[in-house]
Design a protein around this ligand. Structure first.
Ligand SMILES: [Zn+2]
Length: 501
């Protein structure tokens, strides 16, 4: 088994000029034509059979019309009115819904025509439709006797304004695809050992170096927080996979460190989860898959600076060796931690992983984790939460979320929250037994393990699963985080972190 991360590279995307648009209309299986929602002068003659379409659309009750091109009959035509000032999320969601009704599995060629939109909106809408198409056709694992047929799409033609960020959209789609592909694998297939091999194989093929810190190495490093979680597993395959992307001239010290929680199955441990809450816990590795997807996307975009990526791979099991409430363990920076609830394992494995990642003093550290139910209660599964040790980055975080369609909301990080984590016996308590603001307490706990001179953003991925899909992504597993991260790195306030290097 290999991660099919090159699947979307087979799609060619062509930016076509006015001269050949008419020709491409005839060879497309589906042509999507966007019009501004507000009435105004529309150049109907730019479309084949434009005046008949104008009359048909005037009769249609909806903002959309699915019809056929008169002269060929083979091309399905989807005309839709769209708001030109929609934000990233709305554009992507509308694009998903348009293709849900329009694109068929056997379609090989898709034409996206934005020539009738104002230029400022055309590029954004074009990009949204490309993103939605790539998200829809990305192949995901199926173990059915008769798996769904693969999508036939091979070509996307773009008529109209050329999206300047097409390469970012493609890279984000690829990273999002592998995040969803990994999250979908069942827990008996994606064990820590198997996950490690898949990620190492991807790294090798991409020229990214890797080293694996298994349990023995973590023991030597004194990573007792991580090992407390992993020690109940019968397979001794847990560990931290450290991937290093070093572009030429990008320096040795990482500008950016990506960190991900990779709990391949979470039973809750001794504080065992009930059936309702254990169901789906093979997806508790989603954060690490997003970190890996982001690294691949940055490689595709030829990101000019050095990046580290740390994947904390383990299972949280129950058994005679399992850690238990009131145990005291030591993280690799010698912080002693009083265990309160064994289901709060994510912050345990991340504590050591963040501490190790901090040692190379990255300018920015970005961690992804399906960490707390409290974050879902606060935001639902539509947004993810962000907690950051630099309050002046909140605006950049929110903007990146809105633009990418992966919406993120910042929470407070004031240090008086630490009072809730005071322990009589150890330096810190792992969590509390009250459910009050656990997402904030989790971040305050993790904050201890991050070097203060590193800007750090922790993403609590409450939106990693959303029934029916989210923004442009049509599946319940959303792969949320890759698109956000790529946009975040384009924000001026974030770029300034590198300039200070
Ligand atoms: Zn848990």
């Amino acid at each position: 088994m290999r991660i099919p991360y090159q699947a979307l590279e087979k799609i060619t995307i062509n930016e076509i000029g006015e001269g050949i648009a008419a020709d491409r209309f005839k060879t497309a299986d589906l042509a999507v034509v966007l019009l501004p929602a507000r009435p105004g002068r529309i150049r109907w003659s730019a479309l084949p059979d434009g005046h008949r379409l104008k009359a048909r659309l005037a009769q249609a009750q909806d903002d959309e019309l699915l019809t056929e091109l008169c002269d060929t009959g083979a091309t399905r035509l989807l005309i839709a009115r769209v708001p030109v000032d929609a934000d990233g999320f709305r554009r992507l969601e509308r694009a998903r819904k348009l293709l849900e009704g329009g694109l068929r599995p056997r379609d090989r060629a898709l034409l996206i025509d934005t020539r009738l939109l104002p230029e400022s909106a055309a590029a954004d809408w074009s990009e949204a439709l490309v993103s939605a198409a790539l998200a829809r056709i990305a192949p995901l694992p199926s173990r059915k006797r008769e798996p769904p047929p693969p999508w036939g799409l091979r070509r996307i033609d773009l008529a109209g304004a050329h999206p300047p960020a097409l390469s970012r959209a493609r890279a984000a789609a690829q990273g999002n695809h592998i995040a969803r592909w990994l999250a979908r694998l069942p827990g008996n297939e994606l064990t820590p050992a198997r996950y490690r091999r898949l990620a190492e194989d991807l790294a090798r093929r991409e020229g990214i170096s890797s080293r694996f810190l298994g349990e023995a190495a973590l023991e030597r490093l004194g990573a007792g927080a991580f090992l407390a979680v992993s020690r109940a597993s019968e397979r001794r395959d847990a560990g931290i996979l450290h991937l290093r992307y070093r572009p030429r001239g990008g320096g040795r010290r990482p500008a950016l460190a990506l960190v991900g929680k990779g709990i391949c199955f979470d039973t809750g441990g001794v504080n065992l989860k009930s059936a309702r809450y254990m169901h789906g816990m093979h997806e508790d590795m989603s954060g690490s898959a997003v970190a890996l997807g982001t690294l691949l996307a940055l490689k595709r975009l030829k990101f000019p600076l050095a990046v580290d990526c740390w994947l904390a791979l383990a299972e949280n099991h129950i058994g005679p060796r399992a850690y238990k409430p009131n145990d005291v363990v030591h993280a690799c920076d010698r912080t002693s931690i009083e265990i309160v609830h064994t289901d709060a394992e994510g912050r345990m494995v991340l504590a050591d992983t963040l501490a190790l990642a901090s040692r190379s003093r990255p300018r920015l550290m970005l961690d992804f984790a399906t960490l707390t139910g409290a974050c879902v209660q606060a935001l639902s599964t539509r947004y993810s939460g962000a907690l950051c040790n630099r309050a002046h980055l909140h605006r950049a975080i929110e903007t990146a979320g809105r633009e990418s369609g992966e919406r993120v909301w910042p929470f407070p990080m004031d240090d008086d929250y630490d009072q809730a984590l005071e322990s009589d016996i150890a330096d810190i308590r792992q969590c509390t037994l009250d459910s009050e603001a656990d997402h904030i307490l989790a971040a305050r706990f993790l904050n201890r393990f991050v070097a203060p001179d590193t800007a750090w953003i922790h993403l609590d991925l409450s939106a990693s699963r959303h029934k029916g899909g989210l923004a442009h992504v049509p599946t319940d597993n959303t792969g949320f985080g890759v698109g956000f991260a790529l946009r975040l790195l384009e924000q001026d306030k974030i770029r300034r972190l590198w300039e200070a290097c």
